[in-house]
Design a binder for this molecule. Sequence first.
Ligand SMILES: Nc1ncnc2c1ncn2[C@@H]1O[C@H](COP(=O)(O)OP(=O)(O)OP(=O)(O)O)[C@@H](O)[C@H]1O
Length: 341
Amino acid sequence: MGDEQTGGKGHMSDAAITIKSLRKTYRGSKGQPEKQALKGIDLTVPRGSVFGLLGPNGAGKSTLINILAGLVVKTSGSVSIWGFDQDRNPRQSRAAIGVMPQELNLDPFFTPRGALEVQAGLYGISKADRRSDQILDLVGLADKAEAYARTLSGGMRRRLLLAKALVHHPKILVLDEPTAGVDIELRQMLWANVRKLNEQGMTIILTTHYLEEAQEMCDEIAIINHGEKIAQDSTANLLGRMDSRTMVIVPDRPIQALPTAENVTAAQRENGDLVLQYHSNLTTAEQVLEAVRQAGIRIQDVRTEEADLEDVFLALTSSRADDLPVDDPNQPRRGMHRVKL
Ligand SMILES: Nc1ncnc2c1ncn2[C@@H]1O[C@H](COP(=O)(O)OP(=O)(O)OP(=O)(O)O)[C@@H](O)[C@H]1O
């Protein structure tokens, strides 16, 4: 019935979160100009997804998340959480979402169990419905249930923040930079939990600076820049947009001259490896190899590297969206992890 009214696909109740024309302007204080942190964002987060919200520093991610969490008041626009309008149904929309914040602000005088009990009280969860021990167990804090928060390590505090976000069994869990500066063990615990919760049906929204992580974890990604959404697509489609390829060839002896071919950039690394860059919609791998043979180079070994989310991100957030970053193979690429020079 709802489908008839709305044409089906865009029906609010199909989405975990629907954001329309969301704006946030921070008032300038002490002579500072005002700051438009969000300039009219439209965003739909599908139910059941692991959704990545990415953007460079200052793009507006925290502002967006804090609006979802009810910590920042929007300037205009609408936010609907699990079908509940934030303004018209504040209680239901708040109950549908749990947020694990970035800051480790915990009351030092509470124990983890105490902190969860207080949180449950805030959400009006009856004693019989509380699952504090189960949640502490999930985040690996069962043995610290009675330790004071001030005695907990940074990692344990993060676990407790995750536990607090889960107390009221939200439909949607938001994680703001959950793995910034955490050790490998905690990172693995977090991702294992995220996967488990998602399999149980929870919608997950996360921001992360680790694009490899976003690529691995997220079904769908939105990229925001300067307060505007500049892309939203499935992770696979975003990656598919990039057709840049890098072929690295280990020649069997020092080379005399670089191969030349149209639309192919060739360079040599200090270790003698040959780096050829091309676009798969312009040039085939065979054409690249042919140019290599033409230059009299014999191949001892070869590998190719595809674009990853980092490339997509850089391409989209560089000043001209249609201007793919041009790689100088003699220079390490920004944040590049696969090409070791
Ligand atoms: N309380 C505030 N008052 C004024 N300006 C603010 C305030 N909070 C954020 N801003 C500004 O709004 C813009 C967006 O900030 P926001 O923290 O949302 O970005 P972000 O994408 O989360 O960045 P980061 O990854 O660095 O946290 C920035 O230019 C920031 O300086």
